[in-house]
Ligand binder design. Structure first.
Ligand SMILES: Cc1cc2nc3c(=O)[nH]c(=O)nc-3n(C[C@H](O)[C@H](O)[C@H](O)COP(=O)(O)OP(=O)(O)OC[C@H]3O[C@@H](n4cnc5c(N)ncnc54)[C@H](O)[C@@H]3O)c2cc1C
Length: 424
């Protein structure tokens, strides 16, 4: 008789995957549910949006990863629709799954800070699907701009507003700046690079606010070099009928707005509101247990652990998710004495374009080409799968030498009625 307990993990991201990998095969049957059947690599999503990499280079099939871990780990696709903590079940779009222990590792989604309609109107890079959609919009606009004879309309088509001056905003703005500087003159001879307008707005008075102040200043200089207009202390208040309203009352017309300004915990339907805190995060104790609940844990971006070093919770970055997963595995496996979670901050980095990056390693700051090489190395070793690593490396080398990729192709998905031809 199988006496192992059933651990159900919601989410196959950095946290969920690393936990599944470490849970004892003699103690647990592990099931991971995720709405996607792949593990994505969010730090490089901006490169999907800017046609630097294709989505499959930085996505890895969950089934293949779990097959390697052993038969005690299984994967079911499904979007979580309800958690019933009394009945100890989770209902997804397709089934109801019983559990003995539940681990919520569902990450975050875009936070629009209460601004209405943004989920329908702005473009994002939070998921592979969003980044791909954003990429198609950018390419579509470049093609339409290239055949547009009205200079006013062309300028509107080719104006991109990036909201948020954190790493994601700086990286996508830098990538668009490189497009303007290197790609447009080569591949869009009909366009004047000045037709492409990129503006980055940030609410605070510096870029990359979570890093060393020198990183923000360097990013500002690099973005200006790439002809990106940066506005600091500029808070967006709303977006309706293509008009952006700023906190100082000014209004501007923008057709394409790329949102990178904030995240909130994924909504977990059924989880009573008393277990959910600020910005949708789930408060946990130092052993990653959801406060007030037995047998329910939360790790990664969605978890909120308030402690002396991080009174507002830990930064929502991959290292925290991975380290929380390791810590929880230690607690659940019970082979060693459980220890309270303590984040070992290894530093942070961001790239602004070719040969331009900033690295902040606990007070040691580097920028320029060395930082860029370090950035590439760290990202390459973190991507799952040898094929993916090689594919990304090849793409980067090719882009570096030729300034060109073959990824600027618009494959438009066929619409539903066409399925009739296939008989379903
Ligand atoms: C654009 C971008 C750039 C980033 N850059 C960096 C960086 O450079 N360095 C860094 O350290 N961090 C970076 N981060 C943050 C980093 O990606 C996160 O901290 C990390 O992914 C958190 O891991 P997680 O497992 O908690 O969540 P995730 O990796 O987001 O995984 C959550 C999983 O849960 C699944 N899921 C969510 N809701 C449901 C549901 N209802 N039903 C079923 N499945 C669900 C999702 O499909 C996903 O697979 C970046 C994030 C983004 C979006």
């Amino acid at each position: 008789m199988d006496t192992r307990e059933n651990v159900l993990i919601i989410g196959g991201g950095f946290a969920g995957l690393n936990l599944a990998k470490r849970l004892s095969r003699t103690k647990y049957n592990v099931m991971v549910v995720d709405r996607n059947n792949f593990h994505g690599f969010p730090p490089l999503f901006y490169q999907i949006a800017s046609s630097g990499l294709d989505a499959s280079s930085i996505s890895f099939p969950l089934r293949r990863e779990f097959r390697r871990m052993g038969k005690h780990v299984t994967y079911h696709m499904g979007h979580v629709k309800n958690i019933d903590i009394k009945a100890k079940t989770v209902t997804t779009s397709y089934e109801t799954i019983p559990y003995d222990k539940l681990v919520i590792a569902a990450g975050t989604t875009n936070n629009y800070f209460g601004m209405e309609g943004l989920d329908q109107t702005v473009f994002g890079i939070k998921t592979v699907a969003e980044a791909t959609y954003t990429r198609d919009e950018i390419l579509d606009r470049l093609e339409r701009g290239a055949i547009c004879s009205d200079p006013v309309r062309r300028r509107k088509l080719l104006s991109f507003l990036v909201v948020g001056g954190g790493p994601s905003g700086v990286e996508i703005a830098g990538a668009l700046g490189e497009m303007k500087k290197d790609i447009l003159p080569r591949e869009y001879p009909e366009l004047n690079p000045d037709d492409l307008r990129i503006v980055l707005v940030e609410g605070s008075d510096k870029l990359l606010g979570s890093m060393d102040p020198r990183a923000g200043q360097q990013a500002l200089d690099d973005l200006r070099h790439l002809m990106v207009e940066v506005r600091l202390g500029c808070v967006m208040k709303g977006y309706k009928d293509k008009i952006v309203t700023f906190a100082d009352g000014t209004e501007e017309y923008w057709e394409t707005l790329i949102w990178t300004a904030g995240v909130r915990g994924e909504t977990m339907p059924g989880l009573p509101p008393e277990y959910v805190s600020r910005a949708g995060r789930i408060p946990i104790d130092p052993y990653c247990r959801v406060k007030g609940l037995d047998d329910v844990y939360a790790i990664g971006d969605i978890a909120l652990l308030e402690c002396e070093d991080y009174p507002k919770g830990h930064p929502q970055v991959a290292q925290v998710a991975i380290q929380m997963a390791r810590n929880l595995a230690l607690t659940l496996n019970g082979t060693k004495q459980p220890v309270p979670f303590r984040y070992n901050d290894k530093g942070s980095m961001a790239t602004i374009g070719k040969n331009r990056a900033v690295v902040d390693m606990k007070g040691r700051f580097i920028s320029g080409r060395i930082a860029w090489l370090a950035w590439m190395f760290i990202h390459l070793i973190s991507i799952l799968g040898m094929r993916n690593k090689l594919s990304v490396l090849l793409n980067w080398c090719w882009n570096y030498v030729t300034y060109s990729t073959s990824l600027r192709l618009l494959f438009r998905p066929a619409k539903y009625p066409l399925r009739k031809h296939w008989g379903d």
